[in-house]
Write a protein that binds this ligand. Structure first.
Ligand code: C2E
Ligand code: MG
Ligand code: MG
Length: 832
């Protein structure tokens, strides 16, 4: 107890009693008292209003107040003071009342001696202090308990609630009033209650400590997860109840549940990924940031030859050994690149994976970086697969696209590629490139006479011969048809190309035995050299081609280097010219006869002879293609004489054979007509063959006649006099002056086929045709419509009173022997 001075207010009107008490208290030392005395209620009130005192000794019988009323006023004025009543012996009843109202104790008056009074005061003060301390402690406990986040539920010995703190009320949703007198298990969720009570019973029996987790179910239906602890409260040895500590663990629990759910999801995800990775056809391998293997799926295990256990932690290069398919050098590690560049990267194409046992397989792959949650690269994954089949297919496709299917040689596409590459290399190494453009002489002849199957074999055999005579590094390609090109890369001199060309010509000089035929197939070779004859592939090809034509025109079986002076068209013309000369010499020309029909009888009234050229190389060539060239180079003259002699001989032999031969029209070109010996030659041929001139008709175009009017007119009259007939071919296309025409002794006008073609639909043409017919009739000339192909045309011509025609409708040009069969008296050639 405090030894501080205890202030005492003595309210006593009896001076003797007051003296006694003051004396008694004055002696007290422990604690010392400071006593003030008043003798009436009003003084007491005045004193108390001036400041507090610790103890009030109160006489209930005062001059200005009595009994309970005095106590009430004092108590009101000093509620914290300890009030002790000084009672008269007959005051029992009043004493009872004031003690109930808050008085702390009472003393009978007159009994106070110094020792007793101070001790009695001392006890009262001490009790009061303890009581205060208890109250304070309880208040402190409540404050602490209410501030605690843990719920507190206190129950008495029979288990009924005597106290709950604010946290408990919050957790359980039960107010203190609702909880008081209830049992602690009331708040527990019915689903958990049985379990919790069982655990509780075990704990009470001392089997296990009571600590559990359970849900509280609030009256609003919400659920709170709690952790429960219980402890017994004992008053000394005896239990006076229990306290339950309730912790709200809802948040932790839901985090825990979430964690468990995400753990489960993660597990399932991992499992799914694992199954997927092992069931896909691709190999999958991953590494950490340092490039060490962290994972392999089953396919990767099979393809690398490393099991996952063995591979884990090893450097990627050891497990995933890859080479560049071309150079065989170690290929770049794609995982490292993916990590460095932080992006998906593809593997170099043409990559070879070397299995642990050395087996190699071509692969294709890509690699991607792996990131952690913060987006940092933590490794890489490589996905790859065996592309043997795909690559074989790609090779096959590439081969097909770049090679000729018949000979298996590179085609023009591959050649162009190699030529460009060869040019690049030669340029860098200061070398030259040669292109040998080749054409098989007279191949067409072989194809036409022996068939395509043999033609194909000839090409294959030619390919073999070409290949056998060049280096492996050179390219022999087929351009199409019978044309081949050889690319000689990196030659020192053009002479190297000449040597090869000589070798090839010698090889082709030997006959080829194909399907039992001994075939002599020679070559013509044109050579162009890079860089002298062109710096790009296209120019080099063109120039080699031109040089080849030059070689052909120079008499075949030879080679020619390209010269700047060579012009392809000129060369080609030269080639045709030399071919024509050969044709004349070798008898490659032949004649066909086309009948002319009289519409009235349907019988043949004449014929036109047309020249044909069977070129061994190019096949049947139309006169429109070679006659102009023959005219240009003058060859038309001997050619025309050959025709004339043939025709005269032929007609003569038909006549001799007793056939009703008809006059045959021969086309005479301007050059022939203008040739000084023309008349003489005609005369000689007629004489030599013995043909009567009336069987011969000369077809001349308007332009020929108009060219030199005087001389033409003279010649025409001479021919006419001789008995030869004269016709104007392609009439209507020239710009003939009718007055001159009248002066020429013309027998026949041949309406050009261009007018006949559209006769039925084109009014202009129809008019021209009827004008020509009218003109012919007035000049008493025969009019022959050319190129009659249809019944409509025939019909129109007939209506216009045209009486003769020539055209496919009546008969195509045919060989002499076929034509002879048409020469039958009364043979009607009109279509029915
Ligand atoms: P051309 O003298 O006008 O000969 C008629 C052309 O018409 C021939 O063509 C003939 O085959 C063709 N022809 C005949 N009927 C029809 C038909 O119904 N429809 C069509 N679309 N065409 C028909 P070819 O044989 O090609 O001769 C073309 C030209 O070559 C001749 O025209 C002639 O100018 C010239 N030619 C032909 N043979 C000789 C010859 O021996 N010497 C000379 N100098 N020139 C000749
Ligand atoms: Mg003609
Ligand atoms: Mg004609």
């Amino acid at each position: 107890m405090s030894t501080a001075l205890t202030t005492v207010l003595l309210v006593e009107d009896d001076p003797a009693e007051a003296r006694k008490i003051k004396d008694a208290l004055a002696e007290a030392k422990d604690p010392p008292f400071s006593v003030e005395q008043v003798s009436c209620l009003s003084n007491a009130m005045e004193r108390l209003s001036a400041g507090p005192v610790d103890v009030i000794l109160l006489d209930l019988t005062l001059p200005d107040g009595r009994g309970v009323e005095v106590f009430d006023r004092i108590y009101q004025a000093a509620p914290d003071a300890m009030i002790l009543i000084l009672v008269e012996t007959d005051d029992d009843e009043a004493v009872q009342v004031v003690v109930q109202r808050g008085a702390h104790d009472y003393f009978p008056k007159g009994t106070a001696d110094s020792r007793w009074l101070s001790r009695a005061l001392h006890y009262v003060i001490e009790r009061k202090t303890i009581q205060r301390a208890l109250q304070n402690s309880e208040a402190r406990f409540r404050t602490i308990s209410d501030a605690s986040p843990l719920g507190i539920f206190v129950s008495d010995t029979v288990g009924e609630c005597t106290y709950t703190n604010a946290a408990y009320q919050k957790i359980s949703g039960l107010t203190l009033d609702q909880a008081l007198g209830t049992r602690w298990s009331l708040a527990i969720h019915p689903d958990d209650r049985q379990r919790v009570l069982a655990e509780w019973r075990d704990a009470v029996r001392g089997v296990a400590p009571f600590q559990t987790e359970a849900r509280f179910l609030r009256s609003d239906g919400s659920v709170v997860w709690t952790r429960l602890n219980a402890a017994a409260i004992s008053d000394g040895l005896l239990s006076s109840g229990r306290v339950q500590i309730v912790e709200d663990i809802t948040e932790r629990k839901s985090t825990e549940l979430e964690l468990r759910a995400s753990e489960r999801a993660l597990f399932e995800e991992k499992e799914r990924a694992q199954v997927t990775l092992n069931s896909i056809g691709d190999a999958v391998l991953s590494t950490d940031l340092a490039g060490n293997v962290t994972y392999l799926n089953l396919v990767a295990e099979a393809m690398t030859g490393w099991s996952r256990q063995e591979a884990l932690g090893r450097p990627l290069e050891e497990v995933f050994t890859i080479l560049d398919g071309e150079t065989r050098a170690a290929a770049e590690n794609p995982a490292q690149r993916a990590i460095q560049e932080n992006q998906v990267v593809g593997l170099e194409s043409n990559c070879i994976l070397v299995r642990r046992d050395g087996f190699e397989s071509p692969i294709e792959d890509s690699s991607a970086p792996i990131h952690d949650r913060d987006g940092h690269v933590i490794g890489a994954v490589i996905v790859f697969h065996d592309v043997s089949a795909a690559r074989a297919m790609a090779f096959e496709m590439e081969h097909l696209a770049q090679h000729d299917f018949l000979t298996g040689l590179p085609n023009r596409i591959l050649l162009a590629e190699r030529l460009s590459r060869a040019i690049g290399l030669a340029n860098r190494h200061g070398k030259q490139v040669a292109l040998l453009y080749m054409d098989l002489d007279c191949f067409k002849n072989v194809n036409d006479s022996l068939g395509h199957a043999i033609g194909d074999q000839v090409l294959q055999s030619a390919a073999q011969r070409l290949m056998a005579n060049v280096r492996d590094t050179d390219t022999v390609s087929r351009q199409g048809g019978d044309e081949f090109v050889i690319l000689l890369s990196e030659i020192e001199h053009p002479q190297d190309a000449a040597l090869i060309a000589d070798k090839l010509l010698a090889a082709f000089a030997l006959p080829q035995l194909i399907a039992g035929h001994e075939l002599h197939i020679s070559l013509s070779i044109g050579i162009s050299i890079y860089p002298d004859d062109g710096v790009d592939a296209e120019t080099l090809m063109q120039n080699a081609d031109t040089a080849m034509y030059h070689a052909k025109s120079g008499g075949r079986k030879s080679y020619q280097f390209f010269k700047a002076a060579m012009n392809r068209n000129a060369v080609q013309r030269q080639l045709v010219e030399s071919n024509l000369r050969r044709a004349l010499k070798e008898g490659e020309f032949f004649l066909q006869y086309q009948p002319q029909i009289g519409f009235a009888s349907g019988e043949m009234t004449g014929a036109e002879v047309l020249i044909r050229w069977q070129d061994p190389e190019n096949g049947l060539v139309s006169p429109a293609q070679f006659v102009p060239i023959a005219e240009e180079c003058g060859l038309i003259v001997p050619m025309g004489l050959w025709v004339l002699r043939e025709v005269c001989g032929q007609v003569k032999s038909w006549l001799n054979a007793g056939l009703p031969a008809v006059p045959v029209a021969v086309n005479i070109s301007a050059i022939e007509f203008g040739h000084k010996d023309f008349l003489e030659e005609v005369t000689r041929i007629l004489r030599e063959t013995g043909l009567e001139p009336k069987y011969l008709e000369f077809e001349l175009t308007e332009s020929v006649l108009m060219h030199n009017l005087e001389s033409s007119s003279l010649l025409l009259h001479d021919l006419k006099a001789m008995g030869v007939k004269l016709a104007i071919d392609d009439f209507g296309t020239g710009y003939s002056s009718l007055s001159y025409l009248k002066r020429f002794p013309i027998d026949t006008l041949k309406i050009d086929q261009s007018f006949v073609r559209d006769i039925a639909v084109d009014a202009d043409n129809a008019n021209i045709v009827s004008a020509i017919i009218g003109m012919g009739r007035s000049l008493k000339q025969r009019v022959v419509a050319e190129g009659v192909e249809t019944e409509d045309q025939l019909c129109f011509l007939k209506k216009q009173q045209c009486v003769e025609g020539q055209g496919f409708l009546f008969g195509r040009p045919v060989l002499a022997e076929d034509f002879a069969r048409l020469l039958v008296p009364g043979n009607n050639l009109m279509p029915c």
